[in-house]
Design a binder for this molecule. Structure first.
Ligand SMILES: [Zn+2]
Length: 162
């Protein structure tokens, strides 16, 4: 295939790909096809089953123990297909509050953090999600570090050392 930028041929290889384009900095996709242009450095990645992938990421984020980061709040809000105004209405806060949560100027409180997790789980029910786990959540935010691999049955998260 040809490079969309300079029209030179691209080479294709399987790589572990940092999927920061999803808005989260520590998400790695295992062994996906990446096409690179040796001429201009352009690359494109082939991601199968995008909807399932985003569902797997969202579930991994809402089941982690650390408080949600600003980037994760934004990722989950977009996963719910809500505008900032929609999200504010559902959470019962001012739109400016949503902006501050998402740009990191104001940390999301413990109650709002739990409510957002439950909204995501309720939207796409996850078997085995235990409400009791909410009691185990930590106060400090830390980003989810994820490694995901696809097989025939879908995308699966693998543990990553922090
Ligand atoms: Zn190129």
């Amino acid at each position: 295939m040809k490079c969309p930028a300079c029209d030179k041929p691209m080479t294709s290889a399987r790589e572990n790909y940092n999927y920061s384009a999803c808005g989260l900095p520590h998400v790695t996709l295992k062994g996906v096809e990446v096409r690179r242009c040796g001429e201009c450095g352009e690359h494109e990645v082939v991601i199968p089953r995008m909807t399932e992938l985003h569902q797997a990421i969202a579930m991994a984020v809402v089941t982690k123990k650390a408080r949600l980061t600003a980037a994760e709040v934004k990722f989950l809000r977009k996963h719910l297909a809500w505008s900032g105004a929609d999200f504010a209405r559902h959470m019962g806060v001012a739109p400016e509050t949503v902006s501050r949560w998402e740009n990191g100027r104001e940390p999301m409180g413990a109650v709002a953090d739990r409510l957002l997790r439950l909204m995501v789980v309720t939207q796409a029910p996850k078997p085995g999600y235990a409400i009791a786990a909410l009691a185990e959540l930590e106060d400090e935010p830390a980003p989810a570090r994820l490694k995901l691999a696809a097989d025939r049955s879908g995308w699966h998260t693998e543990p990553v050392a922090a």
